[in-house]
Design a protein around this ligand. Structure first.
Ligand code: ADP
Length: 845
């Protein structure tokens, strides 16, 4: 057996409390040995004395073993006593069996009892049990064989008894084997469990120590923060109260901001310290019996100015008679002020806050009710948990830490009372505090019986200013609790008449404190417009057109990114540089800002020099940009002047050319002018716009400009043209386009010129265009041109009449001409007949 096994066994024996068990077995065995004397008397009366002697002998052995038991210290020793006891018991019975006839004796059943009893009573190892069983078997069988009487019947007893004995030994052996297994398994799992338990205990201990350290550290840090902070606040208050002489209003303003922020920090530290104390169960209360109505109304008076500022009505309702209540006035003040300050904080202007005091038989209820924004039902339970807030987002409207209500609950619980909330979103909230009357419910564990509760570090110091101690600051609970609600005046907008600086900055931040800071940092170099909302910022942008905007990112309502996007997508404002200011840094934030179109980004807390440098550089860039834009605009204007000049020069040249062409051909003189007139008449009836009419006018005037390349001899030839001459004439639309094309603005006109000889059915030239593929201007011009050609005199024919021309054009509608255009032509053709200038045409009509 290895060492681990023996340790395991030792553990097994310990588990079974072997000593106690062995003592019990010796006693039981002794009792049974004595009791069986009755059997002796009945069954073997003749041998009674002898059997008595044997039994006494065994009992003597019992006594000896019992005596030894107290001398032995090891489990092994106890096991040996158990084994010795078995041997004595077996030996006694074996001897009696031999006196009573060996195999024939009934006392063999005593051995059965021992065999089975052993399995149950003693946690003997299987191996030891088997050895003992062999001993029992042998102590019965061997002497019985020796004493065996002869004869048939004797063998039957031998067989039967040995069969039973052997079977019981086997059964007992099996039982012992199984019991051993079970015992071992059980022990093993128990040991594992113990191991785990001890590991858990160990880590639990470690955690506890760590937690204690953390709590202690936390408390120390808070004390360390609180002391210097109060040492700053005390003199600050004295200066602000005018005890250090007169100070300028600017400085007063700055000092007031410092004081307010100091108070806010102090409130936070105090709350955390209180919670820490409560968590550790170290918070004690000093009970005083107060007139509760007077106590409550005094607290309400201190809240009243804040309610007035917010335009909230404050009511109180209470029974007429005095109510005496035992509370800790200082601690309970935190409860009332927290509930009141929440009610004021979460109730909009023109709202109502009512405080009820209700007296019952055993209790008094304090109820703070408002008709503000309310609390959603799913939050009613958790709202008293630490750091729980309905709106915990970074862009929330109200500042806060979510500590106030958990303090309220803890302090009320310390007073043996309870607090609950009833509320409906949008309708308001009702916080109900129930307090017990009398003092019986205060156990000694919550009461502070010390006379003075000032930590050493907070007692009067040399640095304390006269008349005001650090302790005074610390216990100025009312100012501390209500500091969040104090209204901050921001004077930002500078009336135009008072413009001091050249540059106007618009600063947007939801925190008035930050605006004040900005004002302090920037007002020496810039005029400022300050506002707490981006919506208002957009309005100011339109009214005052500032030179640059500084905008906070996280704000309730419209946030900085949305504001920036709006500015940058509006042509009126997009040139104004926007710097985003945020407490959150990181690549994601910067990329979001840049996406929104911000010109720069600055993280809080910022340095005033850096802020001014960034503003300066953006303003410089903006200045250069606007100079460039101005120069660019001048340049553009000059360029367009030049282009216009060039265009009109070109047009007048081209028009002179047209006149020259018309002059070349005496028959077609004024042809272009007439075609233009006809074309415009038709176009007008087709509802052309002014611009389209202008283009069409130019196109008609210039439609034959290509003829400049056609020799006069061909143009004025009296007889019919040869094929070659006709081919030269047919080139004039393409040539005309070639002349006009270089002028970009005349591109479309040039296309009309090119197409004025196309036919609606595709039989025209130069491109064989068809139907609506021919530019509309060209389709109109084709009709006008044909009308003029038909009615004009030519070298080779007389001019036809107006009606002949109308008839011809109608005939060619759908082949040469666009039927739609012809339709319009027909509608107005009456006006063609009596035109004043007929020149060529007049000869024929
Ligand atoms: P804090 O006011 O500093 O956030 P509190 O523990 O005092 O912390 O309040 C926790 C939250 O409970 C608040 O943030 C607010 O969402 C909600 N709350 C408390 N009082 C009211 C009230 N009278 N009306 C609406 N909401 C309230």
């Amino acid at each position: 057996m290895n060492r681990q096994d023996s340790a395991f066994k030792e553990r097994l024996y310990t588990t079974y409390e072997l000593k106690r068990r062995t003592r019990l077995i010796i006693i039981m065995s002794a009792v049974l040995y004595l009791l069986f004397l009755v059997l002796d008397a009945v069954y073997a009366g003749a041998y009674f004395k002898l059997l008595l002697t044997i039994r006494l002998g065994v009992l003597g052995a019992h006594a000896g073993l019992y005596f030894l038991l107290d001398r032995i210290k090891t489990n092994r020793g106890y096991v040996n006593i158990d084994k010795a006891l078995t041997i004595f018991d077996v030996a006694g019975i074996a001897i009696m069996i031999q006196f009573l006839g060996g195999f024939a004796a009934k006392y063999v059943q005593g051995l059965y009892l021992i065999i089975l009893g052993m399995v149950v009573a003693v946690p003997l190892a299987f191996r030891e049990t088997i050895i003992l069983y062999l001993f029992i078997w042998a102590s019965y069988a061997v002497p019985s064989f020796i004493n065996m009487p002869g004869g048939q019947g004797g063998w039957r007893d031998v067989f039967a008894n040995l069969f039973f004995l052997t079977s019981i030994c086997l059964l007992g052996g099996l039982g012992s084997y199984l019991m051993e297994k079970i015992r071992w398994r059980e022990l093993r799992s128990r040991m594992q469990l113990e191991d785990m338990t001890s590991q858990l205990q160990e880590s639990n201990e470690k955690l506890k120590t760590l937690d204690e350290l953390k709590t202690q550290f936390f408390a120390n840090i808070n004390h360390e923060l609180r002391t210097p902070l109060t040492l700053m606040l005390a003199p600050l208050k004295n200066i602000l109260d005018g005890k250090a002489g007169k100070i300028s209003s600017g400085l007063k303003d700055t000092l007031a901001t410092m004081q307010r922020n100091g108070y806010m920090l102090l409130k936070l530290i105090n709350n955390l310290l209180d919670l820490n104390k409560l968590e550790e169960g170290k918070m004690r209360i000093k009970i005083k019996t107060v007139d509760f109505l007077e106590y409550v109304s005094s607290r309400l008076n201190s809240v009243k100015p804040l309610a007035d500022q917010k335009n909230i009505k404050l009511y109180v309702q209470h029974p007429p008679d005095k109510i005496e209540l035992s509370i800790d006035p200082d601690q309970f003040e935190k409860v009332i002020l927290n509930l009141l300050s929440n009610a004021l904080k979460f109730t909009p202007s023109k709202g109502k806050v009512t405080v009820y005091v209700e007296e019952k038989k055993q209790t008094v209820a304090l109820i703070v009710e408002d008709n503000g924004i309310g609390i959603p039902p799913e939050m009613h339970k958790s709202i008293f948990d630490r750091f729980s807030q309905v709106d915990g987002s970074k862009s929330r409207l109200h500042e806060g830490t979510g500590i106030g209500l958990s303090l309220v609950r803890e302090i009320v619980n310390l007073h043996g009372g309870s607090v609950r909330v009833e509320s409906k979103t949008g309708k308001g909230s009702r916080f109900v505090v129930d307090l017990m009357k009398g003092q019986k419910h205060y156990g000694p564990d919550v009461l502070d019986r010390r006379v003075e509760d000032k930590p050493v570090s907070l007692k009067r110091r040399a640095t304390d200013s006269e008349g005001l101690t650090v302790h005074d600051i610390l216990t100025d609970y009312r100012r501390l609790q209500l500091v969040d609600l104090e209204k901050i005046e921001i004077v930002g907008g500078t009336p135009d008449a008072e413009k001091i600086h050249e540059i106007l900055l618009l600063v947007i931040d939801d925190s008035p404190e930050v605006l004040k800071l900005m004002k302090m940092l920037l007002s020496d170099e810039f005029d400022l417009e300050l506002t707490t909302s981006a919506e208002q910022g957009l309005k100011i942008l339109g009214e005052k057109s500032p030179d640059l905007v500084l905008c906070d990112v996280m704000m309730p309502g419209m946030d900085g990114h949305t504001f920036c996007k709006k500015v940058k997508s509006d042509d009126r404002y997009k040139h104004i540089p926007v710097i985003l200011v945020t407490a959150r840094s990181g690549a994601e934030m910067i990329s979001e800002g840049i996406e929104a179109g911000a010109d720069d980004y600055i993280a809080k807390p910022f340095d005033s020099i850096e802020l001014k440098a960034r503003i300066g550089s953006l303003l410089r860039i903006r200045k250069v940009e606007s100079q460039l834009a101005l120069a660019n605009q001048n340049l553009k204007m000059r360029t367009s002047d030049l282009v216009e000049q060039q265009r009109s020069l070109f047009l007048s040249t081209v028009k002179s050319l047209v006149t020259a062409i018309d002059a070349k051909d005496e028959y077609t003189r004024h042809h272009s002018a007439r075609v233009t007139e006809f074309t415009l008449k038709i176009a007008k009836s087709m509802d052309f716009s002014t611009k389209e009419m202008e283009d069409l006018e130019l196109a008609s005037l210039l439609h034959d400009i290509g003829k400049i390349a056609v020799p006069e001899s061909i143009l004025n030839k009296p007889g019919p043209l040869t094929d070659e001459e006709y081919a030269v004439i047919k080139e004039h639309p393409v040539r005309g386009e070639g002349i006009l094309k270089p002028m970009v603005e005349l591109k479309e006109i040039s296309m009309v010129v090119r197409s004025h000889h196309e036919h609606y059915d595709g039989t025209g030239y130069p491109d064989g265009l068809k139907g609506l593929g021919i530019p509309l201007g060209a389709r109109i011009m084709a009709v006008a041109d044909a009308y003029d050609a038909i009615t004009s005199e030519r070298p080779y024919r007389k001019g036809a009449s107006h009606w002949a021309a109308v008839k011809e054009i109608t005939r060619c509608s759908g082949t040469h001409f666009d039927p739609n255009v012809v339709q319009h032509f027909l509608e107005i053709s009456g006006t063609f007949a009596d035109r004043p200038d007929k020149k060529g045409a007049s000869k024929t009509i």
